[in-house]
Structure formats: structure tokens, C-alpha cells
Design a protein around this ligand. Structure first.
Ligand SMILES: [Zn+2]
Length: 205
């Protein structure tokens, strides 16, 4: 299992851990303040024991769910119980969880941990309540932005023109060195992906 990666600069000092779970390439992220160990778990698809172990002595403030699709919260209730912490999801996706969340997230909500602040960015399109999170030079993009394109919109919750607008104005406007940590698979950066936007618009996916 990957270890803690320390991220500093621009007024942040936190640690990040990446946990691969399940069989669909889902990735769970844990952030925590370097000193106080206060932090958040981002997504909770599968393998709650593995996530709980990776959490270690982190004082989890909440489990943040990027969007309502089942593979991002299938075992959320088990993890909530194990850690004894609340769950939060974007307002418009709250009905997609198996049990109601303790908190709902709104655009630009600030989620403090130690001296750092994780910011929620409402990015509708893959689902109506899809939410990304950013702190320092790290972006947690759920299923909204991947290396090579935007998230799938060919399903009942998706809308291509909505996701393109979210990605163009809310995510690709972040600094080029921002690391994109997607809900499935490997990371990329804003600078790497930004030049492809016209191509994504043209192909409509
Ligand atoms: Zn999804």
C-alpha cells in the first residue's frame, strides 16, 4: 500500500495517501494535516477494512463522496461505522446514497483540516451533484475529469454540455501544475490536459 506523500508550499502542509479499492480501478484518497493529523477520506467505494487501515491515526473529519454513483460509496455505511465519522456529498446527489448523509456539500464550501483547507467545487455534468475538491496543488476530480477527457455522460445522470462547462470554467482554470487525482486510475496535471479541451468539445465526449 502506498505511503503518505507530504505536500507543502503555498501555505499548505499536508499528507496524501492513495488507496486502490475494488475491481473497477476506484481510487480512495486520504488527506491529513502533517501536525494535527486531522483530515478527510475522499470516496469510499469498496474494501472498508483496507481504507480504515490506511487511515491509520488520522482524525477523520468526514468521508467526502465525489458523486452518487454506487462504485464510489458501495461500502460507505460500513466505513462510517468503523471510523465513527459523518459522510458528506454534494447536495444534488444526496438521494443517491444508500442512507442519507450527515452533511451536504455546496459549491465553494471550505473544509478545514489543521492549518489547511480543502475546498469543494461543484462540477455538475457526470451527475448533478458531482463535487471536486482542491487543496494546495492537488485536485480530487472524482469522475468529472480524467487523463484524456471528461467523465462519462452517456448515462441517465449525465449531460455532456454541462460537464464541459464545469471542466472548462471550474477545473481547467486551476494552475497548470495542479495534479489531477481522478476517482479511477492514474493522475495527470491540468497543464497536460488543458490543450485537449477543443478536441473533447469537438468529439462530444
Ligand atoms: Zn461515476
Amino acid at each position: 500500500m502506498a505511503d503518505w506523500q507530504r505536500i507543502t508550499g503555498n501555505g499548505v502542509d499536508f499528507e496524501l495517501k492513495t488507496v486502490d479499492v475494488g475491481t473497477m480501478g476506484n481510487v480512495v484518497y486520504i488527506v491529513r494535516d502533517t501536525d494535527t493529523h486531522e483530515g478527510y477520506v475522499i470516496d469510499a467505494g469498496f474494501e472498508p477494512e483496507k481504507i480504515a487501515e490506511a487511515v491509520d491515526d488520522t482524525k477523520v473529519q468526514a468521508i467526502l463522496i465525489t458523486h452518487g454513483h454506487w462504485d464510489h460509496h458501495q461500502d460507505l455505511d460500513a466505513l462510517k461505522q468503523k471510523l465513527g465519522v459523518p459522510a458528506a456529498i454534494g447536495e444534488l446527489d444526496q438521494g443517491m446514497l444508500k442512507s442519507p448523509p450527515e452533511q451536504v456539500l455546496v459549491d465553494r464550501q471550505e473544509l478545514p483540516f489543521g492549518k489547511n483547507v480543502l475546498k469543494a467545487i461543484h462540477t455538475p455534468g457526470h451527475t448533478p451533484g458531482s463535487t471536486c475538491f482542491t487543496v494546495g496543488n492537488q485536485l480530487f476530480s472524482g469522475d468529472t475529469l480524467f487523463p484524456g477527457g471528461v467523465g462519462n455522460t452517456k448515462n441517465e445522470t449525465g449531460h455532456f454540455f454541462t460537464i464541459i462547462r464545469s471542466v472548462e470554467y471550474r477545473l481547467l482554470s486551476l494552475p497548470d501544475d495542479t495534479v489531477i487525482n481522478p476517482g479511477h486510475g492514474k493522475p495527470s496535471t491540468i497543464g497536460t490536459e488543458k490543450p485537449s479541451l477543443p478536441e473533447w468539445k469537438e468529439r462530444c465526449w
